[in-house]
Design a protein around this ligand. Sequence first.
Ligand code: PLP
Length: 361
Amino acid sequence: MNSPPIHGGNIIEEARHRGIRPDEILDASASIVPFKQPKALNDSLIKLIHNNSIRNYPDCTHQSLKEAISDWHGVDSSMVIPGNGASELFTWAARNAADLGVSGLPTPGFHDYKRALQCWNAHFINLPLPLRWTSKSPQPFPLLPKTNVIWITNPHNPTGQLWTKDSIKLLLATHELVICDEVFLPLVPDGESQSLLPLVSNHSNLIVIRSFTKLFPIAGLRLGYAIGTPARLSEWGKWRDPWPINGLAIEAGTLLMSNKVMLNNWLTKIQSWVSKEGAWIFEELKCIKGIIPHPSSANFLLIESDHQESLIPLREKLVEQKILLRDCRSFPELGASYLRLSLQTRQGNRRIISALKKILK
Ligand SMILES: Cc1ncc(COP(=O)(O)O)c(C=O)c1O
């Protein structure tokens, strides 16, 4: 691969490039939970294929899915729009942002907001965030120069900082539009208490975006949703193609959101995994010479070279052992001296730690 990847999870490309199978790679580059999907989900998808339901066009109203999502979050279904991943919804949020003036993008940050804004020739500026954080969680969102629109990621990618609801709530009074990407929030222990979702009903300038893809994990199915005002979302509906979400994804999302017992159990399992493995790996990484782990509330964390040296050779050596970490050169504020690592099962985390210890001894 010539240029550094702008997303994690490029395991198909990476495997092709190295002449190995994707399933041989321990992928800690994309921040997707390392467990198998809930069994009920896989059973239901297999049944749908057997019943030949992919023969038909999907329900373009997404009504059952919208109802399941709105019921879970306690909002009206007119305030929900499902999308082909959160990424599709950034495209429509960016179209609104383009009409309002300058978007502020806290950096380093998720690359896709820029892609979405560039679709509409929107104006945007980078708003540099501090790169050093204490392990305090949640943190107040820092004071940044004022723009018309602000794109918040809570918890932030790639730094893993969880922002307090009270600090981001203040931005609703100063910005014409606040786009809050909460795709990782359900994975964070007690993360929901910092969500802006309860504020959407009373703030027409707020859009909250969530995703199914990392949590369940179904990144390959593509499914996310936005919560916003009915007027805004019905306008988005007019801009998109007639069947933006495939039938299997619609069924998967409906099943996952309507089985509340399963969903609650899943969330408990994922949050306790993040809490346990996040603490374990952080302590282990602290003991390895040459790298500094950064504190994070999310299911991923940054590691930095303690001498500002490039960690790309380290990443290469890990790839030789079929372990993939995220190259951070596509975050210009971080560059080659950082890598991002996503939490795995204890077995996977041990494999990463022991490979790092061997290489860096
Ligand atoms: C902060 C953030 N938001 C959104 C996404 C994309 O979500 P989806 O797979 O639902 O398009 C990612 C993927 O890496 C992400 O890091």
